[in-house]
Design a protein around this ligand. Structure first.
Ligand code: A3P
Length: 805
């Protein structure tokens, strides 16, 4: 019994001890843990990595350990950041500018344009409405930029909430600029953020923080020594772990900022907000974008925040052309010392750019045409010819647009080729440059022809397309199989070439006019276009117009008869020379009216843009009849041309065919119905032409009372003298249409294919189509009212008919 008690006592004691030991162990481990948590360096959780990469290279430093350049962070509850979701946002930047004239706003836009990034600008609202951010389920913008970040932080609560929710939901980042002015507070907190701004500072020695996740094009580890321009820099200070400095600098004067503490030598002028504070990633600049490094960081910030959707590739192609080799007056030409300098520069550049080689453009005619010293320079160039690349300029440095005869031009090229062969210069480079880029754009077709036949080139260059200025708008194009690149530092050649060149009017740009053949004149272009659509009476209108003594149509095309069909299809690539050859030289530029009619211009979407580029001042005539009748006329036209689908199907079958019908049937249906959705097509034209340039011709009235319609057209065109169509036209009972009255009163009518005889449309098909076009016609009504154009008779009748009520 006593023994048992003793054993029990010992056991109880052990249990107490055990519990005590356990408690002590727990306390010790908590203390241990607390010690380590508070003392070990914090590794910030990196925001989600952008998952696509424009250059195929993973973003530098993202997610890696960072050097402790900023103040040590204190522990806060960290927000997670939504990954950029490409499928939910359009790759478009929304830019809030201060005004349409603001300097920084324009610089931001210039960078977006040169980078070929899509953007939309809005004047930053101080109050009032945000622009629409959503389109159906898709977020319209992948990035928001504020020219003045204060406009963002001071947004009213409603709009701020709206924008922040949008950014957080779709992983959309914000870039903002803070540019101090004389009224800025020297130190202030950015409203609502754990971030302090210290303004109006002079700085020096710019450092790039190699740990900043956004770095991509910008190379880390570089220091821009010396003072930074201006004394109006703003630096950011924070002890929140969400802020990572991107660029840091010292203050110009040696003393540190008092409020940043004596240990702080470097101050952040650009910071990256990793989104750990409120789930939104931002990049903030403590100045504008003028400093060169800011431009790089800005482009990198765009790439980072858009998950590399708007991104400049790291791949660069560099070509330095040195034109005019052997060209120049005595005393201005290259001597031996110059050639040596060229070679040593090339060697130096080769240490930075592997295989870098200068590309020398030669005009052989002037070889050895300098002083003795200069001739030695020529010889030295040739001695070292294998160290350079070569391309032909023009034999005598004449501008190609001055040659009208292809064979004379080709002969000049051959002389240069002969020179190259005699002197061991390679001739298979596939590249040539015209003196002053003449003949390249505006296109001088003789040049392209001669280049192809003599040199077989595939690439040339110009800085003129579409215009010299602004440089960022320059593009390349392809003409007759020759790629025309633009002179600029380029990324991949093919990326910068638009397959479809847009012809502009050479006479609207002085530089273009200067390098355009004197034998060519912009007066050989139409003053107005009859754009269709097909089967509305366009041939009748064409024939009536040509009766006017001051109106001239184009020469007929051997392929498309009276129509040129330039702007809508492959003919466009034959260029402006080809187009102008269809028009005579006008005898009186101001009173002569040339025009062309191509009826499928109306509903071909590329046409308005192309036409407006070449003929921005042209007037446009569109002829509209009831789209139901137009569709039927088209069907009958196809039957008359033995189209098997039209022959084997009734009109009703064609227009009512469902999506499971054969491809051929659906094509015929589309061609019957689509041109008749008039408002949609007219709207495309109105994007590129002003409303006052457009005249809607009532096709039904043209058929019943052409003289009246022609009077209206003459007035719209401003053509003189006013021609008397009542006398010039006569109604032909047999044909059932108005025709030209020949001498003696005899009628001259259009051919059999115009005004065909065919059965009436079945009433149920008419009813079906009336319903089909109801909304489209209402849209047309709204549009014509908006434009202040008279309603065509058929539209008024349709509106009055009971089926519309
Ligand atoms: P139909 O042949 O179906 O009757 P387009 O010239 O644009 O192809 O249009 C042809 C249509 O012009 C003809 O269609 C016809 O109805 C109409 N038209 C209007 N005025 C005409 C006229 N004076 N002579 C012949 N056809 C005319």
């Amino acid at each position: 019994m006593g023994l048992w008690k003793l054993v029990r006592g010992v056991r109880q004691l052990e249990l107490h001890r055990l519990i005590l030991v356990l408690i002590v162990f727990c306390l010790l481990s908590m203390a241990f843990l607390a010690y380590f948590v508070s003392n070990s360096p914090k590794i910030k959780e990196a925001p989600p990595m952008p998952f696509s990469d424009c250059g195929g290279v993973v973003a530098a430093a993202a997610g890696g350990q960072r050097a402790p350049l900023f103040l040590p962070p204190f522990t806060v509850r960290q927000r997670t950041v939504k990954a950029v979701d490409n499928s939910r946002t359009e790759p478009v930047v929304l830019v809030f500018v201060e005004s349409i004239y603001s300097q920084l706003g324009q610089e931001i836009v210039a960078i977006l344009e040169s980078s070929r990034f899509r953007y939309h600008t809005e004047i930053a609202p101080s109050k009032g409405d945000m622009p629409t951010l959503m389109e159906r389920d898709i977020a319209r913008y992948a990035l928001v930029i504020y020219e003045n970040i204060l406009k963002y932080v001071n947004l009213d609560a409603w709009n701020r909430d709206l924008l922040d929710k949008y950014c957080a939901e779709f992983g959309v980042g914000i870039i903002g600029f803070f540019k101090a002015n004389e009224n800025s507070l020297l130190s202030a907190q950015l409203k609502g953020f754990p971030l302090f701004l210290h303004s109006n500072l002079g700085l020096r020695d710019y450092h790039i923080n190699p740990a900043a996740p956004l770095l991509y094009i910008t190379k880390p580890n570089e220091v821009e020594q010396g003072p930074l321009p201006g004394d109006d820099w703003t630096v950011f200070q924070s002890n929140h772990s969400t802020y990572e400095p991107v660029l840091l600098a010292l203050t110009k004067s040696s003393e540190a900022l008092a409020h940043l503490g004596p240990h702080r030598a470097l101050h952040a002028t650009v910071v990256q907000d990793l989104g750990l504070h409120d789930g939104i990633q931002r990049v903030l600049f403590g100045n504008n974008i003028s400093f060169w490094l800011h431009k790089l960081i800005f482009v990198d910030a765009i790439a980072y925040l858009t998950g590399k959707r708007l991104c400049l590739s790291l791949e660069r192609h560099l070509l330095v052309d040195v034109d005019d080799i052997f060209v120049g007056k005595e005393g201005t030409r290259m001597k031996v010392t110059d050639v040596k300098a060229l070679l040593s520069t090339q060697n130096k550049l080769q240490t930075l750019v592997p295989n870098f080689t200068f590309n020398l453009g030669f005009s052989g005619k002037f070889y050895h045409a300098g002083t003795e010293e200069e001739d030695e320079g020529d010889d030295m160039l040739l001695q070292h010819r294998h160290e350079f690349w070569w391309f032909p300029h023009m034999w005598s440095h004449m501008q190609p647009h001055l040659f009208h005869n292809v064979s004379v031009l080709a002969e000049q090229m051959r002389l240069n080729m002969q020179f190259a062969q005699e002197h061991g210069i390679p001739t298979d480079m596939g590249y040539a440059v015209a003196p002053h880029h003449s003949g390249v754009y505006p296109v001088h077709s003789q040049l392209y022809e001669a280049w192809k036949s003599v040199w077989g080139i595939t690439v040339t260059s110009t800085e003129e397309y579409p215009h010299l200025r602004p440089a960022r708008h320059r593009r390349g194009f392809i003409h007759r199989g020759i790629k025309v690149k633009h002179c600029h530092f380029t990324v991949k050649l093919d990326n910068l070439i638009q397959k479809n060149m847009k012809e502009s009017n050479p006479c609207h740009d002085k530089r273009h006019k200067d390098i355009w053949s004197k034998e060519k004149t912009c007066d050989r272009l139409p003053k107005f276009l009859v754009i269709g659509p097909q089967k509305t009476g366009t041939s009748a209108l064409h024939s009536f117009l040509t009766l006017h003594p001051a109106i001239t149509s184009n020469f007929p095309s051997p392929v498309t008869f009276e129509e040129i069909q330039f702007f809508n299809g492959p003919n466009y690539h034959d260029g402006i020379d080809w187009y102008m050859d269809f028009f005579p030289f006008p005898s009186n530029v101001s009173t002569d009216f040339m025009f062309e009619k191509s009826a499928n211009y109306f509903d071909t979407e590329v046409v308005p843009k192309r036409a407006a580029a070449l003929l921005p001042r042209a007037k446009i005539l569109a002829l509209l009849i009831n789209p139901v009748d137009r569709a039927y006329s088209w069907y009958q036209h196809q039957r008359a041309h033995q189209d098997p689908v039209a022959i084997n199907h009734t009109f009703h079958e064609v227009v009512t065919a469902g999506p499971s019908a054969s491809k051929e049937l659906l094509t015929l249906q589309n061609r019957s119905l689509k041109p008749g959705t008039y408002a949609t097509h007219l709207e495309h034209w109105l994007v590129h032409y002003q409303a006052r340039q457009l005249h809607i011709v009532d096709g039904t009235l043209l058929r019943s009372n052409p003289a009246l319609v022609m009077d209206g057209i003459q007035q719209f065109l401003g053509v003189t003298p006013i021609f008397n169509y009542t006398q010039a036209l006569v109604f032909d009972e047999g044909k059932g249409f108005w025709c030209q009255r020949l001498e003696g009163g005899r009628p001259k009518c259009l051919g059999k294919s115009k005004g065909r005889k065919y059965p009436e449309m079945a009433p149920e098909t008419r009813a079906f189509l009336t319903e089909y076009y109801r909304e489209h016609n209402l849209e047309l009504l709204r549009l014509l009212n908006l434009l202040g154009q008279a309603l065509p008779t058929w539209l008024r009748e349709e509106l009055q008919s009971t089926s519309w009520s």
